[in-house]
Write a protein that binds this ligand. Structure first.
Ligand code: GDP
Length: 181
């Protein structure tokens, strides 16, 4: 019988304020689609995708959980941090408030997730940046660096850097696994 077609299964979580595009990033990753009017995120959604990391010669199955952004769902979503290897911490580049809140989300992740978790800060809605940007890319990048996070700007709408965000995090996790971290 043929074995599984992947080398690793990695659990990812997506966190950040409501409205920053968490569901949209998940839909873009798994379906290559964008919904202008998605259902409001209620509780948790789930998506899965195989990605290849050529330089490691490995296929990774991403199991990705979209945690709801609203305070009232926090107690529900906490259990989903458990066992996560990767985290997309998402803000909206047109919302300074969502960037300020990333601090709180990171504290939440650090309080509940595995200390070796790889976290990538994702400034979403880069397609709107030329007209409505409130957070300079350099500021996102600097904060990420200070906090030991990876960083990328992305757009669930036009697909820019969405696969790259997950792949960058997966690559970092595989490197940790190889080093025995
Ligand atoms: P969530 O609450 O964080 O899961 O956010 P949603 O995925 O529900 O997205 C909130 C709103 O932002 C929806 O109207 C989306 O269509 C929109 N949206 C999400 N990602 C993008 C993006 O990259 N660019 C633009 N222009 N709109 C986006």
């Amino acid at each position: 019988m043929a074995g599984p077609s992947w080398n690793y299964v990695l659990k990812f979580i997506i966190t950040g304020d409501a409205g920053v595009g968490k569901s949209s990033l998940l839909v873009r990753l798994t379906d290559q689609r964008f919904l202008a009017n998605p259902d409001p995120t209620l509780g948790v959604e789930f998506g899965s995708k195989l990605i290849t990391i050529p330089e490691e010669d490995k296929v990774v199955k991403l199991q990705c959980w979209d945690t709801a952004g609203t305070e009232s769902f926090r107690s529900i979503t906490r259990s989903y941090y458990r066992g996560a290897a990767g985290c997309l911490l998402v803000y909206d580049v047109t919302s300074r408030r969502s960037f300020e809140h990333a601090r709180t989300w990171l504290a939440d992740v650090r309080a509940h997730a595995d200390p070796h978790l790889t976290c990538i800060l994702v400034g979403n809605k880069s397609d709107l940046a030329s007209e409505r940007r409130q957070v300079p890319a350099e500021e996102g990048e600097q904060w990420a660096q200070n906090e030991g996070l990876l960083f990328v700007e992305a757009s669930a709408k036009n697909g820019a850097n969405v696969d790259a965000a997950f792949e960058t995090a997966a690559r970092d996790i595989l490197a940790k696994i190889r080093r025995g971290v």
